[in-house]
Design a protein around this ligand. Structure first.
Ligand code: FMN
Length: 331
């Protein structure tokens, strides 16, 4: 991927450029990739690209910030795999609200096997919307995933009763969204031919028929070509990513936490499916707060389980060209 941008000759700047490009592997809502990186000689700057914000589905930018947070964490993972620690300052300039973070290399450091594994996980990670097998995720594996989340956001494994509350909220959110023509249009744009090349959701990652699950997956409005196969979500675990407040800086950190949890899950052979519909609709987001017994503000739902080992999952979702999301600003 890095070949698509002009790699600066200075070694540190080249390392930073490679990290910004590798951050493109990060997941994002509807594969909007709503980020823009600026490579300077000794630091990276991460900006929100509001032209790829879901203005109807995500008017507050919660999912945009979560998505940019995953890219930010991916950049730190890529730097660590190149032997650099990073120092991150989030939302550093109130005059520039779309400047989400400054990342300064803070090293060098030895490249550990953990750093290598996390980077390899970033390269292979993808969203698999097929139902999961009936093998439950061991408690110790769930604990490894939830403890990978450090800082402001937390991950809670939902109890059976809480999963039923989640299922009701997700189903209600799906009805609210499918009744809203503006949401339908926005979804059709990101799942159709009108989306920018390399962004949005191609048919091969969208299930060919609705999976038979207790917690409904997102209905993308049209069937895709991904074979659903057998399976259910009976053995899946559902996790809620949440935090103490509902502000931009928390959403950004929650995205970083999402990336850390997801890359850890990949390393443990666990498949992760983010579900955000119940977060997008105000009333169901409040219902999820009740599910959490008022413990905090919900940011995202994650289904975790084991993917069908006998059939290959979907091919990777495409990405924008790196010169569309990474700019080098070195004189
Ligand atoms: C904040 C956020 C919300 C998401 N919400 C959903 C969702 O509701 N349903 C779904 O099927 N995928 C969801 N996804 C997964 C994205 O569609 C996926 O990351 C994107 O298409 C890129 O594909 P990849 O993860 O395979 O690289 C979400 C991802 C993020 C980061």
């Amino acid at each position: 991927m890095v070949e698509q941008i002009e790699v600066p000759e200075r070694p540190l700047a080249a390392t930073l450029a490679r990290a910004a490009v590798a951050a493109g592997y990060a997941p994002s809502v509807h594969n909007t990739q709503p980020w823009h990186w600026r490579v300077e000689s000794e630091r990276l700057e991460l900006f929100a690209d509001r032209t790829r914000q879901l203005s109807v589905t995500d008017p507050d930018g919660r999912l945009l910030l979560l998505s940019c947070g995953t890219a930010l964490h991916h950049a730190t993972v890529a730097l660590a795999a190149q032997g650099w620690a990073s120092k991150v300052t989030r939302l550093p300039d109130p005059e520039q609200p779309d400047l989400l973070a400054r990342l300064i290399p803070d090293g060098p450091i030895p490249v550990t096997s953990r750093a290598r594994r996390l980077f390899q996980a970033a390269e292979v990670r993808h969203t698999d919307r097929r139902p999961v097998t009936d093998e439950p995720v061991p408690v110790s594996t769930l604990a490894a995933i939830t403890t990978a989340v450090a800082g402001a956001a937390r991950l809670q494994v939902l109890t059976r009763d809480q999963v039923l509350g989640l299922a009701a909220a997700a189903s209600r959110a799906a009805t609210v969204e499918s009744d809203d023509p503006r949401v339908r249009d926005e979804l059709a744009y990101w799942t159709g031919r009108g989306a920018p090349a390399g962004a949005g959701l191609p048919a091969h990652v969208v299930p060919g028929e609705p999976p038979r699950t207790t917690v409904p997956e997102r209905d993308f409005g049209r069937p895709g070509t991904l074979p659903v196969g057998p399976g259910h979500d009976a053995a899946a675990s559902y996790l809620l990513l949440f935090g103490d407040d509902d502000e931009q800086s928390s959403w950004l950190r929650a995205g970083e936490a999402l990336s850390a949890a997801w890359l850890t899950a990949v390393g443990l052979g666990v498949s992760v499916l983010p579900l955000s519909e119940a977060i997008e609709v105000e009333s169901t987001r409040q219902a999820l707060r009740q599910v959490l017994s008022g413990l905090g503000h919900p940011y995202l739902v994650l289904r975790v389980g084991f993917a069908d080992p006998d059939h290959a999952g979907p091919a990777h979702t495409p990405r924008l060209r790196s010169d569309q999301v990474v700019e080098t600003a070195i004189g």
